[in-house]
Write a protein that binds this ligand. Sequence first.
Ligand code: PHE
Length: 450
Amino acid sequence: MEQTSVRTHWSSRWAFMLVTIGSAVGLGNIWKFPFMTGTNGGSAFVLVYLACIAAIGVPLLMAESMLGRRGQSNPVGTMRSLADEAGASRAWQVIGLIGILGSVLILSFYSVVAGWVLDYTLRAVEGFQGMDKAALGAAFGDLLASPGRLILWHSLFMVLSAGVVLGGVTGGIERANKIMMPALFAILLVLLGYGAVAADLSAAFRFLFHFEPQAISGKVVLAAMGHAFFTLSLGMGAIITYGSYLGREVSIPRTSLVIAGADTLVALLAGLSIFSFVFAQGLEPAAGPGLILQTLPLAFAGMPGGHVIGVLFFVLVVFAAWTSAISLIEPATSWLVEHLGWSRRAAVLSLAGLIWLLGIAVALSFNAWEGFKIFGLGLFDLFDALTSKFLMPVAGLLIAVFTAWVMKREHVREEIGLSGGAFALWFTVVRYVSPVAILLIFLHVIGLLG
Ligand code: PHE
């Protein structure tokens, strides 16, 4: 398909990789992965998560980038033009719409969590010296109990995120990513090194990698699959949109492997360092969403140079969250601009306003509205479960089916840039393995399979 000359493209082939790593690496890796590993039994979760990244995540990351580059539009427009090209029903646009709905829901709780991290950045400046595990547990409890603080930080994070999308995505974000992502890696390595000498790295290692297939349950598998989608930013239109700004010269398979590799590495490094401290301090691995906020400050309090490293760490987590948040706003923005003809400003401000309001409701679900439940879940847990365990896998399933069953095979081959055995392998995985795996997991969970 012809590439339209008006559409912005990334400044270099590195830029796509960087911003997509920026989208993928976020709270999902540093906050969610460790806490989910802790609540889902450790190594069983990690094993299934890694299998899902390989069998579903990477192939779909390639497929989504490919769709975006071929479609050259927002997620809905891309699906419409690709459906037209394939002579298929325009109902496939639903993939883009699911993505837009899902990103709004994700950002409304993501921003609240990013707000926790902002709050802890300020505390890190004051220093965690002298705080023990009881004090840190109480501090996190106090934060959750305070609607004012939660809403304030959430609002600030939304202003930051909307501000960047308002100005367009290239310049600032590309540059910020280039500095911040390597710095985040370096600090994680420092923490890991400190965990190895001062805490219990071998217990952490055992917890994450001990081979324990009998601990795998339906619940663990669904959680791990959902997390593979979440951590790679799949199914939400983010990758389709970023792919649509992608130049012809870039190798989609190679960049996808680098992106998924970096994302997985950050998650494993974060998990290893955090659990080293969890076990050394006798903390509860299944502590839930507050895990990193209750453990890492202990490490910072005890280590030489911990004050500075603590501040740096939280600042970098904010940056990681920020670059992901942008990728949650951009798809819907491009849709409102290209499809409904809104100005970028109107689109970003209304979206951010909507997400901000939903986020306030999420913040209140920890305190004033604690008793309000839908399907037995508070809003925070509901939005998380609805997106990771339902909307993302459904979108992923539809993307796999569209790519490998609906599109003309020669178009797919031409756009993905693979040939011979490599193409056959990827195509077979997208045609059979990924969709069947997603379906089986769903059927199992709703109880249709033993
Ligand atoms: N991948 C991001 C993270 O791990 C979250 C995200 C999901 C971003 C979906 C964009 C789309 O934090």
